[in-house]
Design a protein around this ligand. Structure first.
Ligand SMILES: Nc1ncnc2c1ncn2[C@@H]1O[C@H](COP(=O)(O)OP(=O)(O)OP(=O)(O)O)[C@@H](O)[C@H]1O
Ligand SMILES: [Mg+2]
Length: 272
């Protein structure tokens, strides 16, 4: 399951944040993900094969609300310039994404950030729906546990029939970890990203993951969901899928690198 998506994600992983020159003259699809924890630009070819990408740890956007406009524009511009240097060509168009339920005003600000970095925005998609596209799935629930929020979208026969975004995510896991070890939030963030520490971290953050499980249960009530696809950086935490599976009683699957799914899905939805 997810073999094709895993291959695409792996290819993107191999080419992310590098400096080598890429020779290509194909049409390109660009996605800009303005996340709470990361700002990511991904570039795919017309057939959705990864070309390259850039990811930067940032806190200029919070749950779909731009809290530091100038910094956000600056980061997107720098990532864009770096990619353009690698490709030897200018990127003109990009798709971007919003968490479900964001107000019109905030959508406009997100769009302005991408335009401020000299892109023309050719699509604005909702995040969990973008994730569903790269996973190539038509039925089930996609749960994107990012930095600030958990985005959920339910698909039936390829159609999105429900979306929601709830304020629990990786930040809350880090806060619990910081309290437990009496360390700063930043130290907890760094500790949490050490994969070799995950077996120690999992029992400490279990209540937060169960809270995510209860959010999922509320959202999928009455929708007959029999599979949950877990994406978003927080799902990098090894074993989180078992806790959520036990809490919800529904089979959970996750791609090998859940962090890159939504950013790649956004590029896939870029309209040529
Ligand atoms: N290896 C890892 N192990 C555990 N957690 C990780 C790992 N890498 C990243 N994370 C966590 O993933 C979260 C960020 O995920 P992601 O990049 O999907 O969020 P975002 O898109 O920036 O935020 P949002 O979608 O909520 O706006 C952070 O809380 C970060 O600590
Ligand atoms: Mg996200």
């Amino acid at each position: 399951m997810l073999e094709e998506a895993n291959n695409l994600i792996k290819k993107m992983e191999e080419t992310m944040n590098k400096d080598d020159r890429i020779n290509t003259n194909c049409e390109m699809k660009v996605g800009v993900d303005l996340g709470t924890s990361h700002i990511v630009i991904t570039v795919l070819d017309k057939e959705n094969n990864p070309i390259c990408g850039e990811m930067y740890r940032a806190s200029a956007v919070k749950d779909g609300i731009v809290v530091d406009y100038l910094n956000a524009v600056d980061i997107v511009s720098k990532l864009k310039n770096k990619i353009e240097k690698r490709l030897g060509t200018e990127l003109k168009y990009a798709a971007t994404a919003i968490p479900p339920g964001i107000s019109e005003g905030n959508i406009k600000v997100m769009k302005n950030v991408v335009e401020g970095a000299s892109f023309e925005v050719n699509n604005i998609v909702d995040e969990p729906t973008a994730a569903a596209h790269i996973l190539g799935i038509r039925d089930g629930a996609i749960v994107d546990i990012g930095g600030g929020t958990t985005g959920i979208s339910i698909l039936k026969n390829g159609n999105v029939i429900y979306t929601a975004d709830e304020p629990t995510g990786g930040t809350h896991l880090s806060l619990v970890l910081a309290g437990y070890h009496r360390i700063s939030f930043e130290e907890a963030e760094n500790l949490k990203r050490k994969n070799e520490k995950h077996h120690e971290i999992l029992p400490i953050v279990k209540p937060v993951l169960e809270k995510v499980g209860s959010i999922i249960n509320q959202c999928i009530k009455g929708h007959n969901v029999d599979i949950i696809y877990l994406v978003g950086g927080t799902c990098c935490l090894q074993g989180c899928e078992k806790i959520i599976e036990k809490y919800t009683g529904i089979k959970c699957v996750k791609p090998e690198n859940p962090l890159l799914v939504t950013p790649m899905g956004i590029a896939m939805d870029s309209q040529l």
